[in-house]
Design a protein around this ligand. Structure first.
Ligand code: PGA
Length: 241
C-alpha cells in the first residue's frame, strides 16, 4: 500500500507563512517516500492551493460541513476546497470531537458527503487514556469506525488515522508495540466491515526521531503529524522515512 504523510497545521500559519513554508518544502518534496498531504487552516487554503499548483503535493481542509452551501454561518464547504484543487478532508479529529462536540452521527454524514463530492475523507479515531487503561481501546475504536463509517461508500477512497488522544500534542508517543497491536485491530475491524484496502495512518507526537521505527510496524501506512509538521525540515524528514 502506498504511504501517506499528512500534516495537520491546526490553527497555525498565516497565508504568507503558508507560502513561505511551501517555497522551501517544495525543494525537499522529491525525497518523500509516499504521498504528501497538507491540512492548513481554512483561511490559508487558497495560499496553499496557489503554492502547490503544478506539484504532486495534495492538500485539504481540517473539517467541513455536511452540505455544500447554504445558511450555515461559520462552517467550511468541501465544495470550495474541491474548487481550489483540494482532494482530502480531515474528519472527526479528536479536537473536533472534544472541543467542538462533534459526534459520530455528524461524522458519518461528513464522511458520506465528502466521498460523494469525489474527495477523500481522512477519518480520525482514537481512545482516551482512561479508555486505554480500562482496556476499552478495541471497543472504542470499533464503535467509532462502525458509526463513523455507517454511511460510507466502500467503493470510494477512504483513509483512517488512528490517533490515541493521550498521544496528541503531549510528546507521549505510543510505543511501537502499541502501534502494531492497535493498527492490526483497526485493520481487522475495517476488514470485517468490508473496507478492504484502507490506508491506516498513525498520529500522536510523531517526530523525526520516532518515525522510522513506527512506520515499520504492522499496518502502518504513514502518519498524521501535528506539531512536527509546522517546520519544513522536521516534516520533510518524517515524510522521507
Ligand atoms: P501531534 O498532533 O503530532 O502534535 O501530536 C497530531 C494531530 O493532532 O493530528
Amino acid at each position: 500500500m502506498k504511504k501517506i504523510f499528512a500534516a495537520n497545521w491546526k490553527l497555525f500559519k498565516t497565508p504568507q507563512e503558508t507560502r513561505e513554508f511551501f517555497a522551501q518544502f517544495k525543494e525537499l518534496a522529491n525525497k518523500a517516500t509516499g504521498e504528501v498531504v497538507f491540512f492548513p487552516s481554512a483561511i490559508s487554503l487558497e495560499a496553499a492551493s496557489e503554492s502547490l499548483k503544478g506539484t504532486s503535493i495534495k492538500f485539504g481542509a481540517q473539517n467541513c460541513y455536511s452540505q455544500a452551501s447554504g445558511a450555515f454561518t461559520g462552517e467550511n464547504s468541501a465544495q470550495v476546497v474541491k474548487a481550489l484543487g483540494g482532494t482530502y478532508i480531515l474528519i472527526g479529529h479528536s479536537e473536533r470531537r472534544k472541543i467542538f462536540g462533534e459526534d459520530d452521527t455528524q461524522i458519518a454524514e461528513k464522511v458520506a458527503f465528502v466521498q460523494g463530492l469525489g474527495l477523500t475523507p481522512m477519518l480520525c479515531i482514537g481512545e482516551t487514556l482512561e479508555e486505554r487503561e480500562a482496556t476499552h481501546t478495541f471497543r472504542v475504536l470499533e464503535t467509532q469506525l462502525m458509526l463513523g463509517l455507517a454511511k460510507a461508500d466502500k467503493s470510494k477512497p477512504l483513509v483512517v488515522a488512528y490517533e490515541p488522544v493521550w498521544a496528541i500534542g503531549t510528546g507521549k508517543v505510543a510505543s511501537p508495540e502499541q502501534v502494531a497491536e492497535t493498527h492490526t485491530d483497526v485493520h481487522s475491524i475495517l476488514n470485517k466491515m468490508g473496507f478492504g484496502s484502507v490506508a491506516i495512518l498513525y498520529g500522536g507526537s510523531v517526530k523525526p526521531d520516532n518515525a522510522a521505527n513506527l512506520v515499520k510496524q504492522a499496518h502502518v501506512s504513514g502518519f498524521l503529524v501535528g506539531g512536527a509538521s509546522l517546520e519544513v525540515k522536521s516534516f520533510a524528514e518524517i515524510a522521507s522515512v
